[in-house]
Ligand binder design. Sequence first.
Ligand code: ADP
Ligand code: TZD
Ligand code: MG
Length: 578
Amino acid sequence: MSAVVQSIDANKAEAQQELTDGFHLVIEALKLNGIKTIYGVPGIPITDFGRMAQAEGIRVISFRHEQNAGYAASIAGFLTKQPGICLTVSAPGFLNGLTALAHATTNCFPMILISGSSEREIVDLQQGDYEEMDQLAIAKPLCKAAFRVLHAADIGIGLARAIRAAVSGRPGGVYLDLPAKLFGQIMDAEAGKKSLVKVIDAAPAQIPAPDAVKRALDVLKNAKRPLIILGKGAAYAQADDAIRALVENSGIPFLPMSMAKGILPDTHPQCAGAARSTVLKDSDVVMLIGARLNWLLSHGKGKTWGDAPKKFIQIDIEPREMDSNVEIVAPVVGDIGSCVAALLAGIDGKWPAPPSEWTGAVKAKRDDNVAKMAPRLMNNNSPMDYHGALGVLRTIIKERPDAILVNEGANTLDLARGIIDMYQPRKRIDVGTWGIMGIGMGYSIAAAIETGKPVLAVEGDSAFGFSGMEVETICRYKLPVCIVVFNNDGIYRGTDVNAVSSDPAPTVFVKGSRYDKMIEAFGGVGVNATSPDELRRAVNAAMDSGKPTLINAVLDPAAGSESGRIGNLNPQSKLKKK
Ligand code: ADP
Ligand code: TZD
Ligand code: MG
């Protein structure tokens, strides 16, 4: 055969061979694993990827800042038990997303940060590529696992590893590094399809050992003043029926951590939410279900926990969580669904009721505290105080229990957490383990998209500022989000004065700001509310219409206290003030 004929044949064969590339393989791999939504910000090298993913039926939610897209992905993971996906460009985009990835890991939310990256050859020789950065190395200490894919044929395996790492065991954040070159790599379509992996049983059940279950039941049976603490791991586990059965069959008072509120309603007769200090101090056996003994529980020791000896039972999927702060006399390691089911089976329906002196004392304390608070919640002061404004929102959530409540701030957070009762699981999402500001709009967007339910975001004016630009995103995607900015002119209070220069004090903002005007710029509804009555009308209208709404709730600048409920964590200078 002549050389000419040979080359014509080769062209024909190539023309017949179907090809695919990195772009399409990543998209197919995501779809194959049930990923329906990507949260991100476009740019080199992922702009076309976003367009193609949208064309292939994945919902692509484009944000104004990667941190907010990352927070959205993290809470999508919490709400669905599937890894939330955040997509960013290299170096700065990656770094912006990284805060959220670390947050996901800290809070045990499954999330995958996928970032495009520059060329390895140039990055490794530090030759100054466009947005050059060794992203994999930087991500590693801040997440549960980090992977890089260099060959198109490994995309399927790379994503499978990322998904498993994110959702199995203790969930967390995973980084997936995809260099620009990978997206354009060509391979045979058939081989490409075969290389994809549909992850089977990504978060396998982890059954607790029978003797661990027995040990826990023995401790529980002998308790005089038992307490169950539910944490956000219990909400995440979606074992709502089993948890309810355990609480109700045992008759033990329960205390929900912030994001565990609503697994059982806060109005449940066994809820000890309004008797928190009493139950922590006076209980003798405490069973933790998906809650860590970290700062939020005063590390399980000290004044908060009283002097009486205390025994801890802990249910957690992470064995190393046991004894992290105090001795755990009965560790039960496994997934919460399996552990709670094993406890229920082990007791065989014959729970010894906790002594009535204990349950009676808890109930009396709770009813007393609730009654004391009630009149304060009904005040119609203008400008509003926290109690007047939150009394209104409390009633609104009672009437609309399937709405999702997003909450951040200091006083705005602490008081809303205590005042607004929750009635359904996974309806309250907030600042989490780190107490960070900035989750507000990302969480609101993801909550609306993942659940289809209306969202009420209760935001301190400072907290709102961290992600406020995303009101444009909320308007663009026409999401049913009602934002209430508790505007007290500043961080904690709006009353600080700088006595030495004309600069404002560090904690105050422009007085009389009108945050409602911000959303009007994008076609949303803005309302300025100066009294609880006005606030009630505006929130109800927003929740009825589903239109993106921002209500500027005018609060008394003097109403808050420094750092809300955690002012004690502020270090104090020992030096005398000049
Ligand atoms: P909170 O802040 O509400 O007290 P934490 O975030 O401190 O809750 O604790 C959540 C705990 O739940 C973590 O220790 C985590 O390992 C655990 N966890 C998460 N998911 C599960 C699950 N499916 N089964 C068991 N434990 C889980
Ligand atoms: N930055 C980040 C990312 N997280 C933080 N928690 C803080 C800074 C410090 N901080 C708090 O802990 S609460 C808060 C800041 C800045 C804002 C409190 O003011 P607010 O709420 O207006 O949101 P209140 O109602 O005025 O107390
Ligand atoms: Mg404020």
